[in-house]
Design a protein around this ligand. Structure first.
Ligand code: NAD
Length: 395
């Protein structure tokens, strides 16, 4: 069939298998061109490996240091009359490429929050890989069924305490408007912490430790975001920010345990704001990203997921010494985004943006290009008028 993008608000409901493969190959080529990591990981588990920062991490580990990778993700294969999700096509492309290059790559498609998927992962690790020396926890999920209670928790992207009004953009229509987001109640905040906080990360690490499948000196990291004051009400100081604080709590608890296990470590890496399926759903943030891209591209500082992850691995994790931590024990690869000169320019542009000047004051065009690439559209060298088989399976 011939597959074209169908954008509905902040999602694209179609994905292109050949385009997703080209997007994955671009990321592989980037990591290869950067050369090998000095002291890279050998056995890597990535939870949330099919898109965004998790996929970038997997590629940085596999192609930066020939690591064996096990990827866990929740994606939909093609079904009667429905295309698969982009993460499904990405994972097929990554796995085919890795295996063709002689790299071990195995996958589990299912709910990472469940005990069953954790058990499946342990079985594969024990059978094929041996003790894991890097666990990347990169889940972004709207809900979690708690494995002990069976309760379904839903996360929210709301402020806390008072409603919040700011500018936002409909990235599809290019319309700038004001949005008012009502505050989350206490239950919603607790639910958001249950979904996006650190408990499940700790459960993964405990399961690995109990099965003796964590290598002495192992590293684990999860990803967070802080960002500028324009987004604090909805992000850092909102319900999701509370969940990220809980992720930091988990990092400290895990770090204590891992330090006693051969000098291992656990930490949070604060990453840059980027167009991903998760970030495009957050109100206000896409407008910030469109302005940020304009400023960072003009300053020659722009990075995508793979550039961020390759830099994190090469200059922080595997540079032969310990990472540089901020005063709260976090690694910061949002350092270029948060530079004073970058943020001053963003703050200058922010109040001026209207629907009319959106194309000139912001990089909304670059935002849209990146967004479509997430679903395999707009990749150079891909013939989008060619017939493709959407019904492909994981190797
Ligand atoms: P994403 O939507 O691209 O990726 C999410 C991944 O989680 C996918 O692989 C998906 O399949 C997987 N997933 C979701 N629910 C699952 C489940 N129940 N079981 C198994 N897998 C599941 O998101 P992303 O933007 O790459 O976010 C990853 C992490 O990075 C998050 O912690 C996010 O907060 C953080 N982060 C994102 C940004 C940004 O701007 N995008 C910035 C800094 C930090």
């Amino acid at each position: 069939m011939i597959i074209k993008p169908k954008v509905r608000g902040f999602v694209c409901v179609t994905a292109h298998p050949t385009g997703c493969a080209a997007h994955v190959q671009e990321q592989i080529d980037y990591v290869k061109a950067k050369g090998p990591l000095l002291h890279g990981p050998r056995n890597v588990l990535v939870v949330g490996s099919s898109t965004g920062y998790g996929l970038g991490s997997r590629i940085a580990a596999a192609y930066g240091s020939k690591a064996k990778t096990l990827g866990v993700f929740f994606e939909r294969p093609a079904e009667e009359g429905r295309l698969a999700t982009a993460g499904w096509y990405n994972t097929i492309a990554f796995t085919n490429a890795a295996r063709a290059d002689g790299l071990y790559a195995e996958n589990i498609n299912g709910d990472a929050f469940s005990d069953n998927i954790k058990q499946q992962a342990l079985a594969i690790i024990a059978r094929d890989m041996g003790p894991i020396d890097l666990v990347v926890y990169s889940l972004a999920s709207p809900r979690r069924t708690h494995p002990r209670t069976g309760v379904v928790h839903k996360s929210t992207l709301q402020p806390i305490g008072a409603s919040y009004t700011n500018k936002t953009v409909d990235t599809d229509k290019g319309v700038v408007s004001e949005v008012t987001i009502p505050p989350a109640d206490e239950t919603s905040v607790a639910d958001t912490i249950a979904v996006m906080g650190g408990e499940d990360w700790e459960m993964w690490m405990q399961a690995l430790a109990d099965a003796n499948l964590l290598a002495p000196g192992a590293t684990t990291m999860a990803y967070s975001y802080i960002g500028p004051s324009q987004t604090w009400a909805v992000y850092r100081d909102g319900a999701i920010g509370r969940a990220k604080l809980d992720l930091e709590r988990a990092a400290r608890a895990l770090n204590t345990k891992l330090a006693a296990h051969g000098g291992g470590r656990a930490f949070i890496s604060v990453n840059k704001a980027l167009v991903t399926q998760a970030s495009s759903a957050i109100p206000v943030v896409p407008l910030y990203i469109a302005i940020l891209y304009k400023v960072m591209k003009e300053a020659g500082l722009h990075e995508g997921c793979i550039e961020q992850m390759q830099r994190l691995f090469a200059t922080q994790l595997y540079n032969g010494s310990t990472p540089t931590f901020d005063s709260d024990g976090r690694v910061r690869v949002d350092d270029w985004e948060m530079r004073d000169d970058v943020q001053a320019k963003v703050a200058e542009i922010w109040p001026q943006v209207t629907t009319e000047n959106l194309p000139t004051l912001t990089d909304i065009a670059g935002y849209r290009t990146e967004f479509l690439k997430l679903f395999g559209f707009g990749l150079a060298g891909v013939d989008y008028d060619a017939d493709v088989d959407p019904n492909i399976q994981l190797p």
